[in-house]
Write a new protein. Sequence first.
Length: 389
Amino acid sequence: MNNSILHKEIQDFIRSYSLPLSKLAFAGSPFSKVTVQELMQQIESRVKIKSKLPTWYKNHQIYYPPKLNLEQTSSELTAKYKASLISGSSLADISGGFGVDSYYFSNSINKVDSFEINGDLSEIAKHNFNILKKSNIHCYQKDGLEKVLQQAYQFIYADPSRRNDTKGKVYLLEDCEPNIPKNIDKLLNQCSILMLKTSPMLDISAGLSELKRVSQIHIVAINNEVKELIWLLEKDSDAQPDIYTLNLKKSSSETFNFKWKTSAENTISDPLRYLYEPNAAILKAGAFSLLTEKFKVEKLHKHTHLYTSKTKRDFPGRRFVIEQVIPYSKKEIRKNIGGKNANITIRNFPESVASLRKKWKIDEGGSSYLFFTTIANDKKVVIVCSKAR
């Protein structure tokens, strides 16, 4: 960490620089104690976190690590959510990183020990905590897994690195660092609750097969994109876990909760007046049959995760008014929608969005929504919709 970067004139330069970085690379650094590479790192990383970490972005004197160290960093929204799940006396963050999760845990935990084996990253996080006036976070440049096996905490939090020196980017928990499945019994002996953040790409069934004592799984999406899977493990938990789905939107949020492996009988119907598409968190959770019972809607097909009803329902996802149902045939499509602008979604359909746009000359945009899908009796159709108000 080069403390010269924190000098006012250099900070002003970093915060005000707007030209392409390629020009700065060719021009070189205007400061004798800071290299052009260091300047570019600060500018590039700061821009990268603008919307993801606004608290850090708007504060002066924040020091930024390389972009690679920010890739797996939680957003402020997801970090706040994790912190809302627990409160108490002590927490060990054994994969501290840039420190976003530790920062928000410190709002609900009296003492947070943040362990980070990368010395530069640990020093950066410690500096930033001081700038952000966080006095109850203690940074240690140590192997967090090793340390927590020597000292008990109320909570242990881990966000294992998904970059493996030999395998590159990985998703299976046993390939991440630290290896949580291998050490899970030891970790649960050192805390009341072990919280684990994993890739949104991890299959839930696969995660459950690798882990033990899972009491809760939280699937967190932002604007309909799944960002994190959060696992809570407790030593005495042996029941099916509770599943919490959350889709955070600009002015509201959608939630749907259920017990893992709970099932309900599907009811199938042809498209009626309204069409519903579950949000991404629910699709990730696989709670397809439960939606029919909970929201009084019907599925279009056993394997088509779209729903319909005669009257408008509250529903955790997108809602549409069905304008037309068109058989998937050359004649009908050319007559009704070919050559127009529309938003396209495919569900249980054998062609990609790109191939459909090319084949039927449908450009992006407009207020019309086309669902290419399969309904009862395996009929392929296009459902033409507008957004429900």
